[in-house]
Every structure is written in structure tokens, then in C-alpha cells.
Design a protein around this ligand. Structure first.
Ligand SMILES: Cc1cc2nc3c(=O)[nH]c(=O)nc-3n(C[C@H](O)[C@H](O)[C@H](O)COP(=O)(O)O)c2cc1C
Length: 351
């Protein structure tokens, strides 16, 4: 019902309204949208020394400014990734910059890292971080549009956010910031990981470093990223961000808009890239599978392709938070059907 009403609004206005309501009335919104659920023991994992009650995460970009973390914890996410946060607040690209492709159950966005900046989010996370909580909190960092030194922005991001994060994701894959995806190239990535390695050694708090990559990579680039990730002790890879590809199958009006495409049409491509990374890393680096997950079956396919954890974004716009519950309920059944009694037994079995 709420979701149907939201469709009458511009997509960005609908999102802003949802954030405002979830921020102001987290408990009320929770009761309105979903029912409480306990995580099934077959879904819990210890990763990087932390307990994930379940493998279902909120993908970056949904709660850019860490405004609705308590509400998202109640919704049953095992982990919540806020951001992308840049060192300084910035407005992002001109509107309109977010488009629903309803017939394809997809979205195109060219938001361009609109966010309130790291200090704002830090203040919000400070209030929660040391309280007892059920979900892991990840912080996704990026660079400002007008920065001259991209690497310095990531180093600063680490310094500013590490004390309120369980893990940090370095986002080098959004298509809407000029030059960002070039950081995935060998030399640039090496320099970035070296710089981050130095700041991590100095920082008293040791937290995992994750790198979020694009689905639009060739085999050689994938090999390079794996090699560098192993050399520089990257703790996890998030696969993937949105794609700049426009599939022939797309039917919606907005298909030619510039930006990153997410949702159903991205599922196959991002899952294939995930499986490639799994085969090359052979389980040495935990992977987070994201892109087009809209059902428990698809969450399970990501796990079989090599994901320890999965994340959701676009399907939440089309199906609402009931999807989190559906995955909670169905995943243990899907595991049992294949003879597994714990998620860890299924990871990479289909890669
Ligand atoms: C409107 C929108 C904004 C996004 N913003 C970010 C972002 O700030 N940082 C980031 O790493 N990914 C961002 N993403 C990408 C998602 O986190 C995710 O990787 C991608 O949408 C694929 O998952 P999905 O098909 O489930 O949406 C954004 C996606 C959408 C749709």
C-alpha cells in the first residue's frame, strides 16, 4: 500500500520521504511494513571476527547519511552499509537523476554521491556504535567530485570513519563520478591499496577493508584486482556496483538515461562476475554478492556463486522490506533441500 502511494511521486522524492519517515518513526514504520523475525541459526556466520546473524545486507546508497540505521536493524538486516560518504558534503548531479524502469524492475541513477559528508554521518553513527546492537555496520567511502587527489580522500575517509565502522568499503566503481572507476586499473589500485595499507597500520582500530567493484570488467582486470587484493590484504570484495551496459532486453521508457543500471537485469551479469572472482580467489577472500537480488532463490544463487553475504537495494524499491523476511524464511529451506544444514556448506558450490 505504502509502496503503491510512493509510485505516484518522483522516485527521488519517494526515497527522501521514506528516509524521513523511517528516521522519525522507526518503530511505527517497522510495524506498518513488516513483522519481527529471528535469524535462523543456519544463516549465522563469523566473518572477520564478527558475528553476522544472517547474510542479508542493505546495500550502499540506500542510507547514504546513516539516518535510518536503527530502523534498518529492526527490519532484520544482518548488516547495513551506509554511504557512499565523501570527506566533504556535496550536492551531486542535477535533477532529475534517478529513474524507475518499472517494466524491467530496474533503476538508472546518476546521483553522483550526493551526501552530507563524513562528519555528519560520523555524528549519527557515534550515537549507535557502542550500543548493544544486532547488525554489523559498514561505512562506504568515496571521493569528492572536485578533489585533486582521489587517494588522499580515501585515506581521509578511513581516518574519519574507522572508529564508528565495523568495516570500511572503498567504493571505486560508481559510474557517476568522473575518473572513479579508473581506480580499478592496476597501477592506480596498487597506489590506493598501498596508501590505505599505511593508514591502517597507523590507526589503532583494526577493521576490515572491503573493495567494491564494477560488473563491467574484463577477465584481465578481474585477475589484476584479485592479485592486488591478495597482495595488499584486502579483506573482502563487494561484487558489484551498477552497470553502464544497456541490455537489449530492456523495455522501459528511461532506458537511454545516462547512469548506472541496477535491479533485475543486472542479476545475471553481476552473478557471473561474482563466480569468476570466487574461482580466482578460491575462497581466500570473503565475497559479498549484490546486483538484482529480488527473491530467496536469487540470494541462494549468489551464495552458490561464491558469496558469503548478499546485499539488496533495487528490489526493496519494488517489493518493500517484506523481501528481507522472505529471504530469512526461505533460505534455510533452500539450503536443506540441497542437503546443507549451514550456509557455509553452500558457498561457491555452483561457481
Ligand atoms: C539509487 C541508487 C544509489 C546508489 N548509491 C550507491 C552509493 O552511494 N555507493 C555505492 O557503493 N553503491 C551505490 N548504489 C549501488 C548499490 O549499492 C548496488 O551495488 C547496486 O544497485 C546493485 O544492487 P541492486 O540491483 O540490488 O540494486 C546505488 C544504487 C542505487 C539504485
Amino acid at each position: 500500500m505504502l509502496w503503491k502511494l510512493a509510485y505516484l511521486l518522483q522516485p527521488e522524492t519517494a526515497h527522501q520521504l521514506a528516509i524521513a519517515l523511517l528516521k522519525r518513526y522507526p518503530r511505527f514504520m517497522f510495524r506498518l511494513m513488516t513483522r519481527p523475525i529471528d535469524s535462523h541459526p543456519a544463516l549465522s556466520q563469523k566473518l572477520w571476527g564478527m558475528d553476522f546473524a544472517n547474510p542479508i545486507g542493505l546495500a550502499a546508497g540506500f542510507d547514504k547519511n546513516a539516518e535510518i540505521v536503527p530502523a534498518m536493524m529492526q527490519m532484520g538486516f544482518g548488516f547495513i552499509e551506509v554511504g557512499t560518504l565523501t570527506p566533504r558534503a556535496q550536492a551531486g548531479n542535477d535533477k532529475p537523476r534517478l529513474f524507475r524502469l518499472s517494466k524491467d524492475r530496474a533503476i538508472i541513477n546518476r546521483l553522483g554521491f550526493n551526501n552530507q559528508g563524513q562528519q555528519y554521518a560520523h555524528r549519527r553513527l557515534e550515537m549507535l556504535y557502542n550500543q548493544p546492537r544486532k547488525s554489523i555496520i559498514g561505512v562506504n567511502i568515496g571521493k569528492n567530485k572536485d578533489t585533486d587527489d582521489a587517494i588522499a580522500d580515501y585515506v581521509l575517509g578511513w581516518q574519519q570513519m574507522a572508529d564508528v565502522a565495523d568495516y570500511i568499503t572503498v567504493n571505486i566503481s560508481s559510474p557517476n563520478t568522473a575518473g572513479l572507476r579508473e581506480l580499478q586499473q592496476y597501477k592506480q589500485l596498487q597506489r590506493l591499496l598501498e596508501a590505505l595499507g599505511n593508514v591502517r597500520i597507523k590507526h589503532q582500530k583494526k577493521i576490515p577493508l572491503l573493495v567494491k567493484i564494477a560488473p563491467d570488467l574484463g577477465q584481465e582486470q578481474i585477475k589484476d584486482i584479485v592479485e592486488l587484493s591478495l597482495t595488499y590484504q584486502v579483506n573482502g570484495l563487494i561484487i558489484s556496483n551498477t552497470t553502464i551496459e544497456r541490455f537489449d532486453s530492456l523495455k522501459s521508457y528511461h532506458v537511454q538515461q545516462t547512469g548506472g543500471l541496477s535491479g533485475q537485469p543486472l542479476f545475471q551479469k553481476s552473478t557471473a562476475v561474482l563466480a569468476k572472482f570466487y574461482r580466482l580467489t578460491e575462497g581466500r577472500i570473503p565475497l559479498i554478492g549484490v546486483g538484482g537480488v529480488a527473491s530467496a532463490e536469487q540470494a541462494y544463487q549468489k551464495i552458490r556463486a561464491g558469496a558469503n553475504l548478499i546485499q539488496l537495494y533495487t528490489a526493496l524499491i519494488y517489493s518493500g522490506f517484506r523481501l528481507v523476511h522472505e529471504i530469512h524464511r526461505q533460505l534455510p529451506r533452500l539450503l536443506a533441500k540441497d542437503g546443507y544444514n549451514h550456509i557455509s556448506q553452500a558457498i561457491g558450490r555452483g561457481a
